[in-house]
Design a protein around this ligand. Structure first.
Ligand code: ZN
Length: 291
C-alpha cells in the first residue's frame, strides 16, 4: 500500500545515512592516470582502505550503527576481503562506478560498460547491490536510467531536494537519496599537491559543529542528513573522533534514525514521493555563451 504525506518513518523528525566512499587510488587516478607515478599520492589514498576503513568500522561497531560503503569496482576487485569484511559486519556495499571517472564525461555506451563492469565485480565477490553513487556525484543525464535498467533501487548523486524523491526514467523509476557538498568531508579535509584534489585541512571541531547544526536543522525541516565521508580523509585520528561525536549526537536526539541507503530505500518503497523527471534543459541557440 502506498501512503501519502511525510516520507519520514514513524516518530522520526529526520533520517541520517552514514555513507563512506572507499575511493582509494581511484580518487586520484580518475583525475589523472599519471598519479600512478607518484608514490606519496598513491600511499595517501591507500590509507583509506588500509587504516581508515578498519578504524571507522570499529567506531560504527562500538556505537552499534550501520552504514553504506560505496566502492568503485576497481577498488573492490583488488580488495575483495575488505568488501566481505564490511558486509559481514552488517553494512551495505554500494556501487560507485568501476573507474570513478565522472559519468558526465562519458558517452552512454562508455558509462554502461563502466557500470556493468563494476556490477560483475560485486557479483563475483557475492555481495548484493541495491544503490549507486556516481564518481564525484557526476551523474550524467543517462545515469538514473542505467541504475533502473540494472534493477538497483536507489541512487545517491543528485541534489534537487534535501529529502528523498523519485526519478522517473524510460527504464522505470528509482529513489534518489540526495547528498550535498556541505555534508561531504572532501570540502573540509582534502589536501594533495598532485593531483590537486583540494587545499583543505579544516579543524575537525569546526566540522563537527557545522554537521551537528545541520542535523538539528534537518530535524526542523524533516530532511535527509546524507553524510558522505571518505576513509582516506575522515579516517585520520581527530577527524575520526569528530565523526564518532557526530554519530553520538545523532543517537542522542532520539528521533533521527540512522539507516543504510538500502534500509531507507526499502522504507520509501511504500511511500508516495515527489516524482521528478531527469532531463537536460533545452537551451535556445545563442542565449548563453559557449566558450
Ligand atoms: Zn568517490
Amino acid at each position: 500500500m502506498t501512503t501519502t504525506g511525510t516520507w519520514l518513518p514513524e516518530d522520526a523528525s529526520a533520517v541520517a545515512c552514514l555513507t563512506f566512499d572507499v575511493d582509494a587510488e581511484t580518487g586520484i587516478l580518475s583525475a589523472n592516470a599519471k598519479a600512478a607515478d607518484h608514490a606519496m599520492a598513491i600511499s595517501h589514498q591507500q590509507f583509506g582502505p588500509e587504516i581508515g576503513v578498519p578504524r571507522i568500522l570499529d567506531i560504527l561497531a562500538n556505537l552499534d550503527v550501520h552504514a553504506t560503503f560505496f566502492f568503485p569496482g576497481w577498488v573492490a576487485e583488488r580488495r575483495p576481503a575488505l568488501v566481505e569484511k564490511i558486509a559481514a559486519a552488517g553494512h551495505e556495499i554500494g556501487h560507485h562506478s568501476y573507474s570513478h571517472v565522472p559519468a558526465s564525461s562519458m558517452t552512454r555506451e562508455q558509462e554502461e560498460r563502466d557500470f556493468t563492469r563494476a556490477l560483475k565485480v560485486f557479483e563475483d565477490i557475492g555481495v548484493p547491490i541495491y544503490g549507486h553513487r556516481a564518481g564525484l556525484w557526476e551523474a550524467s543525464w543517462s545515469t538514473p536510467a542505467i541504475v533502473a535498467e540494472h534493477g538497483l533501487t536507489y541512487d545517491s548523486s543528485l541534489m534537487t531536494q534535501d529529502s528523498p524523491y523519485r526519478i522517473t526514467t524510460e527504464a522505470g523509476s528509482i529513489t534518489e537519496l540526495p547528498p550535498h557538498w556541505s555534508l561531504d568531508d572532501w570540502e573540509q579535509y582534502a589536501f594533495l599537491p598532485f593531483p590537486e584534489i583540494g587545499q583543505h585541512i579544516k579543524n575537525p571541531s569546526d566540522v563537527l559543529q557545522m554537521w551537528t547544526a545541520e542535523v538539528d536543522a534537518m530535524r526542523r525541516f524533516g530532511g535527509l542528513f546524507m553524510l558522505t565521508n571518505h576513509p582516506f580523509l575522515s579516517g585520520r585520528p581527530a577527524r575520526a573522533v569528530a565523526l564518532e561525536a557526530l554519530i553520538g549526537h545523532i543517537l542522542d536526539t532520539g528521533d533521527v534514525p540512522i539507516l543504510t541507503g538500502y534500509e531507507l530505500a526499502t522504507h520509501l518503497a511504500e511511500v508516495a514521493l515527489p516524482e521528478r523527471a531527469h532531463e537536460k534543459p533545452c537551451i535556445e541557440d545563442g542565449l548563453f555563451p559557449t566558450p
